[in-house]
Ligand binder design. Structure first.
Ligand code: URA
Length: 435
């Protein structure tokens, strides 16, 4: 078959064979298939979707476009990975990975950088002075052996097909397709080689998946692909209609994660961190879901998770003193405290707009090449459901960029909606789907 025939078959809604999917994927990676044909193919997938068998074939073709790893073979024990589909204020990896490490399982975490209004775990960790995220494979394994987990950037040889296809999707309005998102995420997870994967599928205004049904469909598809590839997978749907926790940025989020590991954090962070950790421990065979939840809670309250985090920072070249001295993260040049001009209960905090404001303050990157300001961000003093009086502090904006702080303050105030009565409290964990 020619590339033209494959595109036509998908355009007409046909089901492609594994050989056809390999042909178009490998041909694009090698340069034999040009951008314009791959773009047409991706658009046909956006319109006509893919079966689970097709999505699995695409995922596996992408996996084998680069290096693959088997960390459990190297470490001699089960390895469990965790992935978030991306949100605002999402520092959960910094809490779940040390919890699981403290409970005796290995977590090989390869993370990406942030682009646009959602932050990346790698950028957050790099706000720790000296912290290195470019680890050789042997260093990565050695840190996991000693600390129970390591967090490394994705190397250029991990799923090169995804890098090339993702860049094309970004430029051709073909990002928001469930089979394409699923193959992009799962190819990286499968190539990294963990035995089990817990997927935090974010749903809401600040997430890729804006509504529950789409998030559920993505979660089910990722589990189906994981299963067909022989991995144990669990998906947890979590709320992203408001920022997670109170800090959005890089250093400010690491500080919030350290506070959580010290036992002090907002309820949403606690509930999501414990739920995801418990699911990771459950996949590792550490007991029933209830026993795993108790293990996760104990790792947090005993301080063992904090110890694992400190060890990982040290092994990856970071200054572990940041745990007790937050001034070591550096001081932003400008801080603007924002005062409320309203009375009432906070009924909503616009999530996507929070991410965009944090980007404007310098905490994110607008283009892949841009650098970020590690000290920039937003720290809320109040959360959804809190009672607020005129004159109360709503939060603060921090930045070292020469941006218009008056305009930033105006945008910050605009994030909040109010009502007269206390809104009903909702759990941020919407659904757990075990394979
Ligand atoms: N994250 C990814 O890695 N890929 C996508 O397509 C979307 C989110």
């Amino acid at each position: 078959m020619t590339a033209y025939d494959i595109i036509m078959k998908k355009r007409r809604g046909g089901e492609l064979s594994e050989a056809e999917i390999n042909q178009i994927t490998n041909g694009y990676v090698s340069g034999d298939i040009p951008d314009y044909q791959m773009s047409a193919f991706l658009m046909a997938v956006c319109f006509n979707g893919m079966t689970s068998a097709e999505t699995t074939a695409l995922t596996m073709a992408m996996v084998y476009s680069g290096d693959t790893y088997s960390p459990s073979a190297e470490l001699g024990d089960i390895c469990i990975d965790k992935h978030s589909t991306g949100g605002i204020g999402d520092k959960i990896t910094l809490i779940t990975a040390p919890i699981c490490a403290a409970c005796g399982i290995f977590v090989p975490k390869m993370s990406g950088r942030g682009l646009g209004h959602t932050g990346g775990t790698i950028d957050k960790l790099e706000s720790i002075p000296g912290f290195r995220t470019s680890l050789s494979h042997s260093e990565f394994i050695s840190v996991i052996k000693k600390a129970g987990f390591a967090v490394s950037g994705q190397t250029g040889t991990l799923v090169p097909a995804d890098k090339k296809i993702y860049a094309l999707r970004n430029a051709t309005a073909t990002v928001d397709s469930i089979p394409l998102i699923c193959s992009s995420i799962m190819s990286k997870k499968l190539a990294t080689g963990a035995d089990g994967i817990v997927l935090d599928v974010k749903v809401g205004d600040g997430a890729f998946m804006k509504n529950y049904d789409d998030a559920l469909a993505l979660a089910e598809e990722m589990i189906a692909v994981g299963k067909l590839a022989g991995r144990k997978c669990t998906a947890v749907l979590t709320d992203m209609d408001k920022p997670l926790g109170k800090a959005v940025g890089n250093a400010v989020e690491v500080i919030e994660a350290i506070e959580a590991l010290k036992g002090s954090c907002p309820d949403d962070i606690y509930e999501i961190s414990v739920t995801l950790s418990a699911e990771m421990l459950y996949l590792a065979g550490k007991g029933t879901p209830e026993q795993c939840k108790a293990l996760a809670e104990d790792a947090l309250s005993s301080g063992k998770a904090l110890e694992a985090f400190e060890k990982m920072i040290q092994l990856q070249g970071g200054n572990p003193d940041v745990i007790n001295d937050y001034s070591l993260f550096g001081t932003p040049l400008y801080t603007r405290e924002v005062i409320s001009e309203c009375d009432g209960y906070i009924s909503a905090i616009s999530c996507e707009k929070t991410g965009l404001l944090s980007l404007e303050l310098g905490a994110g990157r607008k283009t892949k090449e841009a650098s970020i300001d590690p000290t920039a961000g937003i720290v809320f003093s109040k959360s959804v459901g809190d009672k607020i009086n005129c004159g109360d502090v709503l939060g603060k904006l921090v930045t070292s960029a020469e941006c218009d702080l008056d305009e930033a303050e105006r945008r910050f105030k605009g994030l909040f909606s109010y009502r007269e009565n206390a809104p009903e409290k909702k759990s941020p964990v919407l659904k757990i789907i075990r394979s």
